[in-house]
Ligand binder design. Sequence first.
Ligand code: UDP
Length: 239
Amino acid sequence: MADSPKYKRVMLKVSGEALMGSREYGLDPETVQQIAGDVRDVSRMGVEVCLVVGGGNIFRGLAGAAAGMERSTADYMGMLATVINALALQNALEKLDVDTRVLSAIPMATVAEPYIRRRAVRHMEKGRVVIFGAGTGNPFFTTDTAAALRASEMNCDILLKGTKVDGVYDADPVSVPDAKRYDCLTYMQVLTQDLGVMDHSAISLARENSIPIAVFSIYQQGAFADVLRGNGRYTIVQH
Ligand code: UDP
């Protein structure tokens, strides 16, 4: 079937910024609900879905450190911000009748399950959407790296990075109107040309484990499912 998904288990990285919509800070409920709708549609296609969510819409460790905080403490605050976002997405998914579990890398038993790899796999096998909160649980890392790490641990077939634009460009498409979009890139091109798809440790981890990365527009309704069917506009990063 031309329209059937090409992948069995997928990881979606949603940045905190993506959840802001057009706001300057925090969560935009309509945007969160739209992203949840796209996740539901993919889950209903029979694809096992897990998500890593960022926290940049609330707090970034680097900003805290720049303001004089101790970096590790600031990073822990950033990780807590990702848990807030994870709960918001869980809430939006449950409103759409999608069974969802939040697994936190920092144990906080009253709000989320602790991250246990086998438990996460089992949830997905049962058709539940799994949201990984608190990044890797370690300061000095990012949620991009957490997404590559969990995608590797979960044996995901692809890592999708939802951004504001529909792929990777040779210049900022917002300020440079004739910027060229790449259809396909290698991990090495991304690393050596510093193309800013994800941070280097995330790219290296995906490369070592041969997990392709698809960069697509999270704001375009239905784009998540389209990428998995091999349709639509996106950039794929692979060997
Ligand atoms: N963070 C961390 N370790 C991790 C993941 C995240 O310390 O494994 C902290 C870090 O301070 C980061 C913040 O959490 O700035 C929010 O994550 P990120 O900046 O990756 O979010 P995004 O840019 O995707 O919204």
